[in-house]
Design a binder for this molecule. Sequence first.
Ligand code: DGP
Length: 115
Amino acid sequence: MSSANCLFCTFVSRDIEPDVVGETEHSLAFRDVNAQAPTHVLVVPKRHVANAGELAEASAEELQDLVLLARSVAEDEGLVGDYRLVFNTGAGAGQSVFHAHLHLLGGRAMKWPPG
Ligand code: DGP
């Protein structure tokens, strides 16, 4: 399930310990090292897949688990329904780590469209 040379797989295995804010059987949530908002958390599947579409194809249950963990962390962070969830897919869309991850951003006003 894990992939060699994948940063987020080393977080899931805890060979490197991120700043964890939530966990389920299928997903891990930790703070983004380069925060773009007062709350900026990444929620990753424990299964190694490259992006959200691959996760959906592999397991609808694990995709649901990911989104529900993001919602739970948002509630824990006091975001009370005002937060943004983002999956970047592909380098052209800003993806830089090719292990699927859901950005949870909140705690400030959000603009649209994103840059
Ligand atoms: P993306 O650009 O959508 O692939 O998002 C990757 C995110 O991963 C980016 O916001 C920064 C974050 N990131 C990169 N390296 C590390 C790290 O070593 N630790 C943590 N916590 N986050 C990282």
